[in-house]
Design a protein around this ligand. Structure first.
Ligand code: PHE
Length: 354
C-alpha cells in the first residue's frame, strides 16, 4: 500500500497538464484502477485482515483524490498566470503617431475664436443658412431698393410659379443671426455667431461659400471704446502677439452707425507676414455701433440700450494666422493640403488648454 501511495502521489506531482493528471486518476482510483482492484481483493480476506486493510485502502483513495484536486487547482492557477503574463498590455505606452484624419483649419480657428470670446463672456448663437430676405436685409436696415443688396452678389432661392412672396436667400453674412439672438434673449446680450455664408464670387480671395463670425454686445452703456478693447484683446490672444495695433477707419454699413473697418498693423518683409510691426495695414473686419433701427427690428428699445457689432471672415484670419495662401484650397478637400494644414484631434486651442 505504501508502494501504491508513493507511486501515485509521485505521478500526480509530476503530471504536466490536466490530461496527464486525468490519466493518473483513471489508473489509480478509476473503476478499473489499481486501488479499485485492491478493494475487490478485500472479499477474499479474513474478517480480521479486512478490518485492517479496508480503512487503509479508503484512506489511500481519499488521499489520492485530494492530491489530484490540489494538483488540478495548481495547474489551473499556473495556466491563468501564464495567460495573464502573455496577454499583458501596457496602456501607458505612447500611441503610434500615425494620424487618422485631421481637424480642418476652419474648425480649429472657429474653436479658437469661440474660446477667446467665451473668456470675455460671449455665448455662441447660431442661425439658418437659408434666410428670409427680411432677416438677411430689411431687419438690418437694408430695404428693398438699397444698393447693398446688389453689391452682395446674393444667391436667391427658387419660388414656385405664381408664388410672389420674396424669395429666400442663402445668407450673405452672419448678421441676420444678430436679429435672431436679440429676439431670443433680449438685452443685455453678448454673443458671437460663427457660420457659413454665401456670395456669388470666385477668385483667389473669394469663394461662393465662406465663413464669418459675427459679434454683438448690447447693454445700457456700451460704446466704441468697449468695441476697441474687445477687438484688441481678441487679436492679441488669437494671433498670439503681445504688441498689436489696430486702426479704425471710418466706413459705412447700413446696420451700424457709426461704422468702422478695422486694420491691423503688419509688415511683409521677405514675403512673410508679421503682425504688430511694420508700415503696412491689413483689413481684418467690419464693425460699428448697432443702428437703432436694427435694435428695434430685434425687439430691443434703442432708447434704453445700445451696443456694438462686428463681423469678420474666419477663413481670412485662418489664412493670416497659419500662412495659407489661397482661400479656394479650404474647400478643395485635397488630402495632401489637409495633412499639411490640418490639426491633430488633441491639439486643443491655447485657451482651452489653460
Ligand atoms: N455683415 C458685414 C459683412 O458681411 C460685416 C459687419 C458685421 C460689419 C457687423 C459691421 C457690423 O461685410
Amino acid at each position: 500500500m505504501d508502494d501504491l501511495r508513493e507511486k501515485y502521489i509521485g505521478q500526480i506531482r509530476d503530471a504536466a497538464d490536466e490530461a496527464a493528471l486525468e490519466a493518473v486518476r483513471l489508473a489509480a482510483v478509476g473503476k478499473k484502477g489499481e486501488v479499485a482492484l485492491k478493494m475487490r481483493e478485500l472479499g477474499k480476506m479474513t474478517p480480521e485482515e479486512r478490518q485492517v486493510a479496508g480503512p487503509k485502502l479508503n484512506a489511500l483513495k481519499d488521499e489520492i483524490n485530494s492530491a489530484i484536486a490540489a494538483r488540478k487547482a495548481a495547474l489551473e492557477d499556473a495556466a491563468l498566470e501564464a495567460r495573464l503574463r502573455d496577454e499583458w498590455l501596457d496602456v501607458t505606452l505612447p500611441t503610434r503617431t500615425r494620424r487618422v484624419g485631421s481637424i480642418h483649419p476652419i474648425s480649429q480657428v472657429t474653436e479658437e475664436v469661440t474660446a477667446i470670446f467665451a473668456d470675455m463672456g460671449f455665448s455662441v448663437a447660431e442661425g439658418p443658412q437659408i434666410e428670409t430676405d427680411w432677416y438677411n436685409f430689411d431687419a438690418l436696415n437694408i430695404p428693398g431698393h438699397h444698393p447693398a443688396r446688389a453689391e452682395m452678389d446674393t444667391f436667391y432661392m427658387h419660388r414656385a410659379e405664381g408664388d410672389d412672396r420674396p424669395p429666400h436667400v442663402l445668407r450673405t453674412h452672419t448678421s441676420p443671426v444678430q436679429i435672431k439672438a436679440m429676439e431670443a434673449t433680449g438685452a443685455p446680450l453678448r454673443a458671437i455667431c460663427p457660420g457659413r455664408v454665401y456670395r456669388a464670387d470666385y477668385d483667389q480671395t473669394h469663394t461662393p461659400m465662406f465663413n464669418q463670425v459675427e459679434g454683438i454686445a448690447i447693454d445700457r452703456d456700451i460704446s466704441m471704446a468697449n468695441l476697441k478693447w474687445c477687438l484688441e484683446e481678441f487679436c492679441r490672444a488669437f494671433f498670439e502677439v503681445d504688441e498689436i495695433e489696430l486702426r479704425f477707419r471710418a466706413s459705412h454699413f447700413p446696420f451700424t452707425e457709426p461704422s468702422a473697418e478695422v486694420d491691423i498693423r503688419c509688415s511683409w518683409e521677405g514675403g512673410t507676414l508679421k503682425l504688430g510691426e511694420g508700415d503696412d495695414w491689413l483689413e481684418i473686419l467690419g464693425s460699428g455701433m448697432i443702428h437703432p433701427k436694427v435694435l428695434q427690428a430685434g425687439g430691443i428699445d434703442p432708447d434704453q440700450w445700445q451696443g456694438f457689432a462686428f463681423g469678420m471672415g474666419i477663413d481670412r484670419i485662418a489664412m493670416l494666422k497659419y500662412g495659407i495662401p489661397d482661400l479656394r484650397a479650404f474647400f478643395d478637400s485635397d488630402l495632401r493640403w489637409l495633412r499639411h494644414y490640418g490639426f491633430g484631434a488633441l491639439q486643443a486651442p491655447a485657451r482651452h488648454a489653460g
